[in-house]
Design a protein around this ligand. Structure first.
Ligand code: C2E
Ligand code: MG
Ligand code: MG
Length: 570
């Protein structure tokens, strides 16, 4: 039943209004003056207010003004029962927020018609308002759970559905398959044909995937070129194989994009619940691991997850987050491992080695975080920071009059493949005013072997700056001795594993002596890494190794310890 608040000072009119409105089926509340009227409106939230102009304590306009100050009361339909008939007064009332004005005396029908009209309008407004709210909520929900380009569920909705499917599977003893699908050539399409073509390709892919799979499957778009399919309640593994083959088949047909027909290929990785894991997050990572595997094989086919496929662990994800902040939070430090020239017995160089001390986790080894930094591309800014720090430090030591030494900086293959590498190095050398002769860059064989031609050009560019190039971890990569001849390099660093226990290992003796001889034939200097014992050192001296580095000479030193060591050499 609709509630009407009547604010009327005149007892006789009040009484007749009460009788009339109750007879019309409304619930009526009465206020005898303006003050109590405002109070009742606030307490009871009526559907409509009927208010006289003269109220004893105040005026109808004052009640209107008070109601307008409260957002919820301001929207209530308000009918003014006016003692005055002048149009100016009536217009003012409407401007102040009255929805209708009836001039006394009015007939019962005029009043009931005015009330019905206002309530009808209010109902329509409320209805519309509710519809807009519902519509907005739906839109927000869609935005949060669906990909706007393809209209497919996004990662959030996939996760929700995966959770529900697994709960159901537990109750009914069923299986769930998560299939990760990656389009292999989206980037080329974007690059060559433009992003609109890429968008069309993704939309067409979404349609094909949805059409080729059972209705009960969830097809989701996760990231740029990656989709996922959730299969539930299937008979056996063969059903998953069939679905995967269906996906491959439907994506291998040509796509007609605006202006051109293109062929794409897809790679697929599959993880199964409960066979592979019972943990949703692990299941997602296993499907990705299987997908990575499929991509590496370039098989354009599907791969079921196997335990020997590397899965990104949650530890790595945490580490990655930490790593992203480490540079700006200044958690890195450079240590220097002295290198001793055997002929003179002097420290002639040092290798710069990065150290990361995380405020909670403590020391984290470079072999743990450098591969991750390479994978995520963070090695580029980190590497630049190391180079700048090392060049500044070396120059500072020189200015202090300490013995001149050459500092070697490790260059990751990711950095080596960065455009403008030479420019970056040249700029840092200029900035820090370091003579390039005191800088050495260490590269691994693997970094150079990918594309020998380009590598030779790049090395020449770098060498033209006046710095030295060393091949790090020599012997652990392809070790193609013939290509060494073509490379413009200065030093070979023999990996720890050939030096370790060399005197007791016949094979290592043969390798070490051969490498030293060959390097000298090619006019290259030789550094032995990881020298830990006097026997190893003696062997290297006897075989004409040029420089040694390792804990037996000195472990990596902090900046100030390195400085003290240099001072002691004066
Ligand atoms: P690497 O360039 O071959 O560095 C030599 C590694 O051998 C260092 O490990 C060093 O601490 C360790 N080492 C030195 N003497 C001995 C010894 O007598 N015995 C043994 N067992 N080990 C010895 P670290 O510092 O843990 O670094 C590991 C790898 O991480 C480095 O191998 C290098 O590949 C990478 N790395 C370290 N710092 C940087 C950096 O600033 N940039 C880049 N890109 N990579 C770096
Ligand atoms: Mg090194
Ligand atoms: Mg090394």
């Amino acid at each position: 039943m609709q509630k009407i608040l009547v604010i009327e000072n005149n007892a006789e009119i009040r009484e007749s209004l009460l009788l009339l409105l109750e007879a019309e089926g409304y619930t009526v509340t009465i206020a005898i003056d303006g003050h109590s009227g405002i109070q009742l409106a606030a307490e009871q939230h009526p559907d409509l207010i009927v208010c006289a102009t003269a109220l004893g304590d105040t005026e109808g306009h004052e009640v209107l003004t008070q109601l307008q100050q409260n957002a919820e009361l301001a929207v209530l339909p308000f009918i003014l029962l006016s003692d005055r008939a002048d149009p100016q007064y009536l217009r003012k009332s409407m401007e102040m927020g009255a929805d209708d004005c009836l001039i006394k005396p009015f007939t019962e029908t005029e009043l009931t018609a005015a009330i019905a009209a206002r309530l009808g309008k209010q109902h329509a407004i409320t209805e519309r308002y509710v519809n807009i709210l519902r519509h907005t909520a739906e839109r927000l929900n869609r935005l949060a759970h669906y990909d706007s380009l393809t209209d497919l569920p996004n990662h959030r909705l996939l996760y929700q559905r995966l959770t529900q499917s697994i709960q159901k599977a537990i109750q009914r003893n069923q299986h769930v398959a998560l299939i990760s699908v990656s389009l292999d050539r989206l980037r080329q399409v974007n690059n060559v044909m433009g992003y609109l073509a890429g968008d069309s390709l993704l939309q067409a892919t979404a349609q094909r995937l949805t059409a080729c799979l059972p209705k009960s499957a969830t097809v989701a778009r996760l990231t740029g070129n990656q989709f996922a399919v959730l299969l539930t309640a299937f008979q056996d593994r063969q059903a998953v194989v069939a679905a995967s083959e269906e996906i491959i088949d439907c994506l291998s047909r040509p796509f007609s994009l605006p202006g051109q027909e293109v062929f794409v290929t897809a790679s697929i990785g599959i993880a199964l619940y409960p066979e592979d894991t019972q943990d949703i997050n692990v299941l997602l990572r296993q499907a990705d691991a299987a997908l990575d595997w499929a991509k590496q094989q370039k098989s354009h086919y599907y791969q079921f997850y196997r335990t020997d496929m590397p899965v990104v662990s949650s530890d790595e994800i945490v580490l990655e987050t930490w790593l992203r902040y480490a540079l700006e939070r200044q958690e890195f430090e450079v240590y220097y491992q002295p290198q001793k020239q055997l002929k003179s017995g002097k420290i002639t160089g040092a290798e710069a080695l990065i150290r990361w001390c995380h405020p909670e986790k403590g020391y984290i080894s470079p072999s743990q975080f450098i591969p991750l930094a390479e994978e995520t591309g963070l090695i580029v800014p980190i590497g630049e920071w190391i180079l700048r720090t090392v060049c500044q430090q070396t120059r500072a030591w020189q200015q202090e009059g300490l013995p001149l030494i050459r500092i070697a900086v490790n260059l990751s293959s990711v950095q080596f493949n960065q455009p403008h590498l030479t420019h970056m190095v040249a700029q840092i050398l200029t900035e820090t005013a370091l003579d390039p002769a005191y800088l050495e860059l260490e590269l691994t064989e693997t970094a150079l072997m990918k594309d020998t031609e380009t590598a030779i050009c790049l090395l020449k560019e770098l060498k033209d700056l006046g710095l030295c190039i060393a091949i790090d971890d020599f012997g652990t990569g392809y070790s193609s001795l013939s290509y060494l001849k073509q490379l413009p390099i200065d030093m070979l660093k023999i990996d720890n594993c050939f030096v370790r226990g060399v005197t007791a290992d016949v094979k290592n003796i043969a390798i070490l002596t051969a490498v030293i001889q060959m390097a000298h034939n090619l006019q290259l200097g030789v550094i032995a890494e990881g020298v830990e014992t006097p026997h190893e050192l003696d062997f290297l001296i006897a075989n004409n190794c040029d420089v040694v580095q390792g804990n037996f000479v000195s472990p990596p030193l902090s900046k100030s310890d390195m400085q003290n060591l240099l001072r002691s050499q004066l």
